[in-house]
Design a protein around this ligand. Structure first.
Ligand code: LER
Ligand code: MN
Length: 282
């Protein structure tokens, strides 16, 4: 993964033929290098159709998801591996480079008590099997720490690093998100430095999930630290404009995060591109 991308939440969270047809040409028209496809329901996906559209518009793709209840690796590792294998097959058939996100649990999964060693052992075992399957399909496999209100297992870059070292597979990587780091890290630089050797992907997401540059994320710290570690991975703008209710619930997004789609694409995206350029990341 390399360059600048955008999450499909800008256009759709429903990846059927119609969603793909609306999203891929629009993403290409904004000059993106890749699109991040939310792969929440593989049964509605026409992978060959997506692949053809990606090729036509010369776009690369990364897929992301959070696991549904019933397939949470800490409590149901076998079901988690089965779910991830199905996602990997669809992602590979589309021609995606990686599958990432809350691949170690659910968005909104919380046990109500601190994580146990048994939960982490189950997660590590499931991720190890999943990573091996992803590798056979030529996919990289990411884990995205999210804030404490969305999941109780992996909230910081350091915890993600611990998990990756426990799993030990060479195609697994850390995927950070500025929104979550702004809540959980003692400074965004700390998160990036902790992830460092394993960091291959980052969500550029404002403190309120709205228009980048108009919240309280410290973007100079974000891009300055990425530049200092020689980051060469993918940077995906993530702003939740298009939210079906079941996703909004997990993310706790209860009001529009920006006045319009144009606010994010026409003001937020140039802001991020300029910052990346300022710090010699683009
Ligand atoms: C969820 O909060 C999030 O940041 C998404 O990227 C999860 O995949
Ligand atoms: Mn994210």
């Amino acid at each position: 993964m390399k360059g600048f991308g955008v999450h499909t939440s800008m256009w759709t969270m429903h990846w059927d033929r119609d969603g793909a047809e609306r999203t891929i040409p629009a993403t290409a028209a904004y000059g993106m290098d890749f699109v991040e496809i939310a792969l929440l329901d593989t049964s509605i996906v026409d992978a060959a159709h997506t692949r053809a559209l990606l090729e036509k518009h010369e776009l690369r793709a990364v897929c992301s998801l959070g696991l549904p209840e019933g397939s949470w690796p800490s409590v149901a590792p076998e079901a988690a591996v089965a779910h991830l294998k199905d996602v990997f097959e669809t992602a590979a058939a589309m021609g995606a480079e990686a599958v990432s996100g809350v691949t170690y649990g659910g968005i909104g999964q919380r046990s109500g008590v601190p994580p146990t060693e048994e939960e982490y052992d189950n997660v590590a075992r499931a991720l190890q099997q999943a990573a091996a399957y992803a590798k056979r399909l030529g996919l990289a496999f990411g884990i995205e720490p999210v804030n404490r209100y969305e999941n109780h297992l992996i909230n910081t870059a350091w915890q993600a690093r611990d998990m990756i070292e426990k799993v030990g597979s060479d195609n697994i990587f850390i995927h950070l998100d500025t929104y979550h780091m702004n809540i959980e890290e003692k400074g965004v630089a700390n998160g990036i430095l902790d992830a460092r050797d394993h960091l291959r992907y980052i969500h550029l997401s404002e403190s309120d999930r709205g228009t980048p540059g108009e919240g309280c994320c410290d973007w100079n710290e974000v891009f300055g630290t990425l530049s200092a570690i020689g980051f060469e991975g993918g940077m995906a703008m993530e702003s939740f404009i298009n939210m079906p209710p079941q996703i909004a619930y997990g993310l706790a997004v209860w009001r529009p995060v920006a006045d319009s789609f144009e606010d994010v694409m026409d003001r937020g995206l140039p802001f991020l591109r300029n910052k990346a350029r300022q710090y010699r990341l683009a």
